[in-house]
Design a protein around this ligand. Structure first.
Ligand code: GDP
Ligand code: GDP
Ligand code: MG
Length: 334
């Protein structure tokens, strides 16, 4: 291996280590709330009985994993305990880790998501970002734009949240940070018209990636559906295959509410991926499991802070590792 390749490999490992540490740090509260409790229940030598399974069930449900996902996990654990005649309660911890990792299916586009790479034929790659107010759409757009720029792609942002007064200025701040251009109109303009202008501009400039911000109000489902459909329809006039991705942004700190929003939004738009924000410092990281289990949509990215570098491609295995990471006791892998 040449020096350059060696250096590159070291840098990759270092940055992977840093982002894993960031995730581990972000999941500290989730770890304390779920895994801390599980560890106290699953001590060495404890007998595996119905009472123990009920306790695990209770811990998972009260940690925002949700009833359906919990029921699934408990059923799998009971089956394995019976089948393999497991006697030591401590072994259940590694079983839980495996079951949880299996439950969160990896996205088919995980590799492209990780490297922010694009398939040549479809350019500009158009990403529409949807979700209720305050979940972190605009912040996520800034982070995505930054990452695509870092990967060497040109990016244009469309400010189609024309509803909120300060939306344009906030998006401009993020566009400046990411070093990308933005297309906007005055407050109250037709969001579809902004999306149209953005795509037109992107095509004429040969831009690689277009990211469309949208307004987040959900008080009227029909209105929202019509608006999202209209934005898509108008963009198709410029590029028939657009939008290539519709990302639903969900705030992890809202727990079961995030799951409810996922249910509502999947009814009104063909969501291709979930971005779960604010995973730093929340105790509700268990909501990822509920969402992954209930929705047939992969979690594509996670937000682990308010800075431009705080977006990570979602890696189920790394997530479970970070969730179960324990500095106090040695984790014995099965
Ligand atoms: P929008 O209304 O959906 O566009 O949400 P914004 O992008 O304006 O974000 C709402 C708030 O959430 C802001 O204060 C952001 O700084 C904050 N936020 C967004 N993503 C994250 C994240 O991953 N972690 C943390 N801690 N805060 C975030
Ligand atoms: P409508 O508002 O329900 O009539 O929706 P349209 O499908 O006509 O498009 C919505 C907006 O997108 C319009 O107000 C235009 O600003 C923009 N738009 C759509 N198609 C075109 C087009 O062919 N040319 C231009 N310049 N703008 C378009
Ligand atoms: Mg916004």
């Amino acid at each position: 291996m040449g020096l350059f390749d060696k250096l590159k490999k070291t840098f990759t490992n270092v940055s992977e280590k840093i982002s894993f540490d960031r995730l581990t740090e972000g999941l500290a509260k989730t770890r304390d709330s779920i895994v801390g409790k599980l560890r106290s229940a699953l001590f060495a030598g404890r007998k595996i009985d119905q009472q123990l399974l009920d306790e695990i069930e209770e811990i998972l449900i009260t940690s925002d994993v949700g009833v359906t996902a919990t029921t699934h996990i408990i059923a799998r654990i009971s089956e394995r305990v019976r089948r393999d005649a497991v006697e030591n309660a401590e072994e259940i911890l590694s079983m839980l880790k495996e079951e949880i990792a299996t439950m969160m299916a990896a996205s088919p586009s995980a590799e492209a998501d990780r490297t922010f790479s694009l398939s040549k034929g479809e350019l500009p790659h158009v990403i529409m970002v949807v979700g209720v107010n305050g979940v972190g759409k605009t912040t996520t757009i800034g982070k995505l734009a930054h990452n695509y720029r870092q990967a060497g792609h040109s990016v244009l942002i469309g400010a189609a949240d024309t509803f909120r007064a300060a939306a344009n200025e906030q998006l401009e701040v993020w566009a400046t940070r990411a070093g990308v251009d933005i297309v906007q109109q005055q407050q109250g303009a037709d969001p579809a018209a902004v999306a149209f202008d953005t795509l037109k501009a992107a095509v004429s400039r040969n831009t690689d990636v277009v990211i469309i911000d949208t307004a987040g109000r959900l008080h009227n489902k029909l209105g929202l559906m019509q608006e999202l459909e209209k934005i898509s329809r108008v963009m198709k006039k410029v590029q028939p295959s657009a939008p290539h991705d519709i990302f639903l942004v969900l705030d992890a700190t809202t727990g079961q509410n995030a799951l409810q929003q996922a249910r509502e939004f999947t009814k009104v738009a063909p969501i291709t991926g979930i971005v779960l924000t604010k995973l730093d410092g929340t105790a509700k990281g268990g909501a990822v499991l509920a969402i992954a289990h209930a929705m047939n949509i992969p979690v594509r990215y996670i937000g682990v802070g308010e800075q431009i570098g705080d977006l990570q491609p979602f890696d189920p295995a790394a997530y479970v590792e970070a969730m179960f990471e324990d500095h106090r006791t040695e984790v014995v892998d099965a």
